[in-house]
Ligand binder design. Sequence first.
Ligand SMILES: [Zn+2]
Ligand SMILES: [Zn+2]
Length: 346
Amino acid sequence: MKVARFHAPGDIRLEEVPEPVARPGEVKIRVRNCSTCGTDVKIYRFGHHHIRPPRVMGHEIAGEIVEVGEGVTGWSPGDRVQVIAAIPCGECEECRRGHLTVCPDQESMGYHYDGGFAQHMVVPAKVLAVDGLNRIPDGVGFAEASLAEPLACVLNGQELARVGEGDDVVVVGSGPIGCLHVRLARSRGAARVFLADLNAERLALAADLVRPDAAICSGETDLVDEVLKLTGGRGADVVITAAASGAAQQQALQMAARQGRISFFGGLPKDDPIIACDSNLVHYRELTIVGANGSSPAHNARALRLIAEGAVPVTDLITHRLGLDEVMDAIDVVARGAAIKVTIEP
Ligand SMILES: [Zn+2]
Ligand SMILES: [Zn+2]
């Protein structure tokens, strides 16, 4: 079968390898869609300390079961499934307390295990053990189901930031994650959602699809001023930074309303993670700053349901469907920010 394997930074190869076999406790799937995101670009450029090459990449996975390993119950060939990306151990202190997204022993598809840029893939027993395989509801395509994983991460972020009824929400960063944040915030009852990006072209592309109440090009106008203007000087109830930008995080503090919540959704480069924070803003305005680290298996199941119910439409966010042979083009399009969501159909 064909796979796209990471060998070293800058070196992803399309290779022919033997098909994997489902061992006891595992299932094997025919991958139908594996979507790409900024993480794939990061891995391509810099590698990752958890990846020991060669490794099949791809972590936003949907496919069809073709083989069920010994001892696996409840699944049969032909079942359509979505696979989690982050695999909590299920046994440590954090997992036992229900904090599955911050399991210190977390492993990931495409990092510790071969991922979905392949025609076939084995779902590890560990995924099944934590309920990480979800049945795709009828009427939901494989491409749409593959977006349950990024939506699950967005859902985790908005739960932590308590996005809800009547909130004014600012989303900084208009990539696929930013678009999902806009749509999810609306489905959770946000009053107004503003979308901002430095890149005017990318912002226009996203705004055209997700129709925020205002699209603010932070390369052309002062984002903080603009948000204060739009909110009558009050600021936003929730500010979500879906961009690897320390400057955006600092601005988030300045444009949050009293008792506002700030989600540092996107991480910063690991060699430049320090920002300046006016601690008195946090103190006097009773601000809450939260992080977000991936998603739990339950978030994936709920995200898939949100997609199935039409609460968070995703079909129109998939702007590119490419074959496995075109995986390098896919990574290039994502890196240039010229797409919303790029999915690979192996
Ligand atoms: Zn991703
Ligand atoms: Zn754990």
